[in-house]
Design a protein around this ligand. Structure first.
Ligand SMILES: NC(=O)c1ccc[n+]([C@@H]2O[C@H](COP(=O)([O-])OP(=O)(O)OC[C@H]3O[C@@H](n4cnc5c(N)ncnc54)[C@H](O)[C@@H]3O)[C@@H](O)[C@H]2O)c1
Ligand SMILES: O=C(O)[C@H](O)CO
Length: 327
């Protein structure tokens, strides 16, 4: 019986789907990140890998695991995968698009509102015993009604964020993306701008692009300096898209007003990171898609994909469709 390695505990239904399809499942249950050497060792004797978490799938890994017939990621982001290497080894790789878009956009929205009202810091101030009387001039945040939201990356998640902001706060939507989205322009009255124009005109910038060589470090001091002093920076995409040292300076010297991060670089963030003690910053531990419903859907999607790969069928959510074309 062929075996599938699952690198984290996932839902029983998803595991049952793999087992009921005729495969043995081994679940790695230790609560720590896995080194590549450990993963290579664990993959021995397995035909399928359902990869949960930031496992690096590169030339070294794929050369060391020639028995793998497919890899299903339980994430939409695939920045840890070297697709050229996967194509070279003819390994199909799948991800979990769409099912997590709403939950992740909710997290971006939650951060936007929390930063605008300093919510996390206010919570901590109660714990510190600082809530002693009602002061009408203290703890003042910003309103979002009618303000301008700049979306970098109007893909699946960016579009959900734009819809929420338009519906809930009638925000003006501006965006920068690889391609224009005429439907969003029509339905949300969204305006397409250059990256620099987006920075200059946004009250909130929300990042939803994939992490690539092009977007790595895109938000540095030069970018923050182009933003408005009242601007809020939200990143739920990947931590490496912003330069953390530059972000800290921009927040400390008032170049921008606040920041909300669901993603950091590295992850986990060091508990002594100065960003955690700033009034104008909210940080979450990469919980973008972390609802029971969404994680269940992601697990089922990943399970369906790995079963397809082992059966020799096309993975429904394959990222590197080229592997099928070259067969
Ligand atoms: N925080 C979380 O838990 C969480 C959850 C899901 C996804 N994510 C991140 O969100 C990202 C986006 O997910 P998605 O499903 O919306 O992906 P998507 O592919 O639908 O959207 C990404 C958009 O960014 C655009 N883009 C990419 N590079 C660009 C560039 N250099 N300039 C302009 N536009 C560019 C693309 O054209 C696309 O429209 C994922 O890659 C992942 O890193 C994070
Ligand atoms: O890309 C994703 O789906 C999330 O960030 C989880 O890795």
């Amino acid at each position: 019986m062929e075996k599938v390695l699952v690198t984290r505990q996932i839902s029983d239904d998803a595991l049952a789907l793999i087992r009921n399809s005729g495969y043995e499942v081994r679940v790695y249950t230790e609560r720590k990140n896995i080194s590549q050497d450990e993963l290579i060792k664990m993959c021995e004797g397995h035909a399928g890998l359902l990869s949960v978490g930031p496992n690096k799938i590169d030339e070294r890994f794929l050369s060391a695991c020639p028995q793998l017939k497919g890899i299903a990621l339980m994430s939409v982001g695939f920045d840890k995968v070297d697709l050229n290497a996967a194509n070279k080894h003819r390994i199909p790789i799948s991800n979990t698009p769409d099912v997590l878009s709403e939950a992740t956009a909710d997290t971006a929205f939650l951060l936007m509102l929390s930063v605008a009202r300093n919510a996390f810091y206010m919570h901590k101030s109660i714990e510190r015993g600082e809530w002693n009387f009602f002061d009408p001039m203290q703890n003042l945040g910003q309103e979002l009604y009618g303000k301008t939201l700049g979306i970098l990356g109007l893909g699946r998640i960016g579009l959900e964020m734009a819809k929420k902001a338009k519906t809930a706060y009638n925000m003006n939507i501006i965006y920068h993306n690889r391609n224009r989205n005429e439907q969003a322009e029509k339905e949300l009255d969204a305006r397409y701008l250059s990256f620099d124009e987006l920075l200059q005109q946004s009250d909130v910038v929300s990042v939803h692009v994939n992490l690539t060589e092009e977007t790595k470090g895109l938000f540095d001091m030069e970018a923050f300096a182009k933003m408005k002093p009242n601007a809020i920076f939200i990143n739920t995409a990947r931590g490496a898209i912003h330069n953390e040292v530059d972000l800290l300076s921009a927040l400390q010297n008032g170049t921008i007003w606040g920041a909300g991060l669901d993603v950091t670089n590295p992850e986990p963030m060091d508990r002594n990171n100065p960003l955690l003690n700033m009034e104008n910053v909210c940080v979450l531990p990469h919980i973008g898609s972390a609802t029971k419903e969404t994680r269940e859907k992601m697990a089922m999607m990943a399970a369906e994909n790995i079963v397809a790969a082992l059966k020799g069928e096309r993975m429904p959510q394959v990222i590197n469709a080229e592997v099928y074309e070259s067969l």
